[in-house]
Design a protein around this ligand. Structure first.
Ligand SMILES: Cc1ncc(COP(=O)(O)O)c(C=O)c1O
Length: 431
């Protein structure tokens, strides 16, 4: 087994060739072309069963939701629905997507931010629980109707995660509401006759420290206590958000989910009793942990340029996977057709987009590579395809689901017609 494939059992090195479950990367590239996103069904199921049982073992009164924004492919949503998870939607279309994938409305949460009036009306009409992130949204929602449950996203001031763009709480974060405004929002909802309440926070993504989840739970319970004391509302749920991290680098620690859930549940039980909070459910809405390491991108080397540095030009780019260009995120890159080759040279792996941020790796130690070699970028199952774009008029790639020996296309590669989609050219501009 190649050392780079640590802890990802669904990937294997068979005689130097990368296999995803029982399908070779070379076969997938030949059959579906490159670049492609490939997902392992067994890994998604394994990840979700792991979090689900860790949470259930830690506390009976809990519920797990999948953050749809991490990967909104309908087949992946269907897998997670069949694992009995709920769905956390970021907007109206994600509510609809979850419904199309078969999630019932009591298993859909709507945690959008900076909602428009239309979005709030849609949320109300669909009857799902909504986490609101401002007093403004609360006032408007209560004007449009009376939700069966009212929940606010607070900004608790503490966060985890190391990437600046993935810190969602504290004074620089646009997310969540202040305590004063949150209390005002619950008062308004109570006055409007709402009887059921929840409390929400989502403070940071890709956290590998188990203690963080207990810390955020403790903080939220203290906030719940203050709100309960000031307004008299009792909470049906306390939702601590997502944030369970995966190790993108081989030397990063692996999150012990069981320990993280145990610590959080212990703090939860103690806080609920201490503050006399009734019997709220502990809710969690991870995205990255469930699908992140289950996805890889296969891409082919097109051009090798020996300039001041050696640039390896591939057929995927920042339009395929934005994370490296967006926040300098690190993804492991493997030579999928030559896994046993020794690293020998520092090279940069770049895409075909006219931006110099279009680089998957800069000065990375990799083996000697040749044009037409197949490369794999690991851990691209979350925030991968969802952030893909048509920049430089490039097609979004195909997505393929692997399950044992089976490899099924779950999204076709785009053509020009899909890219230009809804464009219209006024008659006067036509030749
Ligand atoms: C409201 C909300 N919940 C859950 C998540 C999922 O986070 P993660 O993928 O870190 O688990 C996000 C991610 O941005 C989010 O904004």
């Amino acid at each position: 087994m190649n050392k780079l494939i640590r802890n990802r059992d669904f990937l294997s090195n068979r005689g130097g060739k990368l296999f995803i479950e029982n399908v070779s990367a070379e076969f997938l590239a030949r059959k579906f072309g490159t670049p492609i996103y490939v997902y392992s069904e067994s890994r998604i199921r394994e990840n979700s069963q792991r979090v689900k049982s860790a949470l259930a073992a830690a506390t009976e009164n809990s519920q797990l939701f999948y953050a749809v924004k991490a990967n909104n492919n309908l087949s992946i949503l269907s897998i997670l629905r069949s694992e009995n998870l709920g769905a956390d939607a970021a907007g109206p279309f994600e509510i609809e997507l979850a419904q199309r994938a078969g999630f019932s409305k009591n298993k859909i949460l709507y945690s959008g931010v900076f909602h428009s009036d239309e979005e709030l009306k849609f949320g109300l009409k669909s009857g799902v629980a909504i986490n609101l992130d401002s007093l403004s949204a609360a006032k408007r929602l209560l004007k449009f109707g009376k939700p069966s449950l009212f929940s606010m996203r607070v900004n608790p001031g503490i966060s985890g995660g190391k990437i600046r763009g993935l810190i969602f709480a504290g004074s620089d974060a646009k997310f969540g509401e202040s305590m004063t405004n949150t209390i005002a929002a619950y008062r308004l909802a109570k006055k409007r006759g709402v009887k059921k309440f929840g409390l929400h926070a989502m403070t940071g993504s890709c956290v590998l420290d188990e203690n963080y989840f207990a810390a955020i739970t403790e903080k939220l319970l203290m906030i719940a206590n203050t709100i309960q004391k000031k307004t008299g509302v009792k909470f049906k749920f306390i939702d601590i958000g997502g944030g369970l991290g995966i190790p993108y680098r081989t030397n990063e620690k692996i999150l012990n989910v069981e320990k993280a859930m145990k610590l959080a549940a212990k703090v939860f039980a103690a806080g609920v009793a201490k503050f006399n909070l009734g019997n709220p459910k502990l809710m969690l809405e991870p995205g990255r942990f469930l699908v992140g390491d289950a996805g890889i991108i296969l891409m082919k080397i097109q051009t090798i340029k020996a300039a001041a540095k050696t640039f390896i030009g591939v057929d995927a780019g920042m339009q395929t996977l934005l994370r490296p260009a967006l926040y300098d995120a690190w993804h492991e890159i493997l030579p999928a057709n030559n896994l046993n080759a020794q690293n020998s040279k520092k090279i940069s792996v770049v895409g075909p987009i006219c931006e110099n941020t279009d680089q998957f790796a800069r000065n990375r130690l990799l083996p000697k590579l040749a044009e037409k070699d197949l490369l794999a970028i690991l851990d691209t199952g979350a925030y991968g395809f969802g952030m893909a774009s048509n920049y430089n008029t490039r097609a979004k790639p195909a997505e393929v689901l692997v399950s044992g020996e089976k490899a099924e296309m779950i999204r076709e590669r785009e053509g020009l017609n899909e890219i230009i989609g809804k464009q219209k050219v006024p008659k006067r501009l036509k030749k």
